[in-house]
Design a protein around this ligand. Sequence first.
Ligand SMILES: [Zn+2]
Ligand SMILES: [Zn+2]
Length: 181
Amino acid sequence: MILGSRAYCREAAREYDFDVEFAPVEWEVSTRAKRRAAAVKRPKIPDAEVGDPIDWRAAADRVGSSPEDLRTCTLSLTWAAFESFDVGEWTTTLRHELIHVEQFQRYGTTDHGPAFEDRAEAVDASVRCPPFADPKYVLTCADCGAVVGRRYRECKLVRQHDQYRSSCCGASVACSESGAE
Ligand SMILES: [Zn+2]
Ligand SMILES: [Zn+2]
């Protein structure tokens, strides 16, 4: 998942002309349920402002860090979102996060202000952090109860879950609708 997402980001950086350096970007997969499909974790830098290019060396001196450490951010990808989004939704999510990385690397901080809106329009990404809700359908192994899948909308797996076998026990797959509203 990280390999594929990272490869896409490099491709998108060329295609959409992102001014992003990938060396100081770390990647992680979050398996805990989150409200966001992805997020950029970054150090808080005092006085950093979008629109005001940052001097990394001066900023690092101020906070007693090295420019390399301070400039490192982490792109955190939510596993369940990756699993449930279709390709288009996922790549839109990645482009949204790339804008955050681009802003952080240039300004030392990032937000969803007017500069972000302009950029989002240019790279065909949403302005808001892609939302991510609890899955509507949870598929479990009928034998051991292990969760074998989560889906956010009806799909073939949900409709025809009785035709699937769980990979853990080779048992039938039960589908429950969670938080039905
Ligand atoms: Zn965002
Ligand atoms: Zn099982």
